[in-house]
Design a protein around this ligand. Structure first.
Ligand SMILES: [Zn+2]
Length: 193
């Protein structure tokens, strides 16, 4: 729980975060920030894996904390059944024998690398698997890094679902500053990772 004094009418603000690190080179602090965890499950999409995920994976491997990595393919605009299913399923090794669901150890931490969908999906997976999670931010635009609710797309409709908040938010300015902006189909400029 983070708490700080403020000059506004609230006087004090609280967030259920254990910590955050927003700085140049923040990725290098991951082993220290996540010192209490030893089997870290990295979840990214193709863009965010290129931008930061691969580097995160290497840092975790070097300190012996890497469990596995899932790189989601294709463009997922909102968390949906398929994305959530992949994250939950690949938390273990689905190829391990002989029992598909008794296969291998679960991770002890989920580390989302991304912004919108990856973060939202990992928040839901964290809630479902009862595993703590954190986020390595890849775009400065996302307003819900520390949110407790998540949008979910099911049968064509979008709803907001209660989930967990991240334990840690890690933002490396060297990565955030390079997030690419693009015009989407409706003409809005948005970060594409
Ligand atoms: Zn305030």
């Amino acid at each position: 729980m983070i708490e700080f004094e403020c000059s506004c009418a609230m006087g004090k603000h609280r967030a259920p975060l254990e910590g955050y690190e927003i700085s140049s080179g923040a990725l290098n602090k991951i082993p220290e920030i996540l010192k209490d965890y030893n089997k870290i499950y990295v979840v990214a999409d193709e863009n965010t894996y290129r931008a930061a995920g691969k580097q995160v994976e290497e840092i975790l491997k070097a300190c012996g904390k890497h469990h596995r990595t899932l790189v989601l393919d294709g463009e997922v605009v909102l968390p949906n059944v398929e994305t959530l299913g992949k994250i939950v399923l690949f938390a273990n090794d689905p190829g391990a024998k002989p029992n598909f669901f008794a296969y291998s150890d679960l991770p002890d931490f989920i580390l989302a690398v991304g912004s919108g969908t990856v973060n939202d999906s990992c928040r839901l997976a964290s809630y479902r698997l009862q595993l703590p999670y954190g986020i390595v931010a890849t775009a400065p635009s996302m307003d819900g890094y520390a949110s407790s609710g998540t949008p979910f797309l099911h049968s064509g409709s979008k709803s907001t679902v209660q989930a967990t908040t991240p334990k840690y938010v890690i933002g490396d300015l060297d990565i955030l500053k390079d997030a690419p902006l693009q015009d989407d189909a409706r003409g809005y400029r948005r970060y594409v990772r």
